[in-house]
Design a protein around this ligand. Structure first.
Ligand SMILES: [Zn+2]
Length: 131
């Protein structure tokens, strides 16, 4: 599972002031999806680009709701919002894929992989000690 750069603000790295549609051109991905005017200071603009941002925002809106995400971002310091958006996008995509467990299913699979690999390491260490 991977997060696309449009969800991480990769195309808007020069606009890290916590909001705004500084380009004055096309609306951000969130406003594009919500079919509303993207105003200067838009909370979503730095994180959801006009191209692929709408697709990612669709998942976020379906799982959490645009209003809830907006309120959540407003309560987070600007310098931490990017991490929050990446996490929200990740969880939203995971919830759509697995509505019951979300990203917990992925964490559980990774834990099982760690357990398996630790057993392999222990087996090889024991084998080397015998030789
Ligand atoms: Zn916008």
């Amino acid at each position: 599972m991977s997060i696309n750069s449009s969800c991480s603000g990769g195309n808007n790295s020069n606009n890290n002031n916590g909001g705004g549609n500084s380009s004055g051109g096309s609306p951000c991905g969130a406003c594009k999806f919500l079919r509303r005017k993207c105003v200067p200071g838009c909370i979503f603009a730095p994180y959801f680009d006009s191209e692929q941002g709408a697709t990612h925002f669709a998942a976020v809106h379906k799982v959490f709701g645009a209003s809830n995400v907006s309120k959540l971002l407003l309560n987070i310091p600007v310098h931490k919002r990017l991490d929050a958006v990446v996490t929200i996008c990740y969880e939203a995509q995971a919830r759509l894929r697995d509505p019951v467990y979300g990203c917990v299913a992925h964490i559980f699979a990774l834990q099982q992989q760690v357990i398996h690999n630790n057993r392999l390491i222990n087996w090889w260490v024991n084998w080397l000690m015998i030789c």
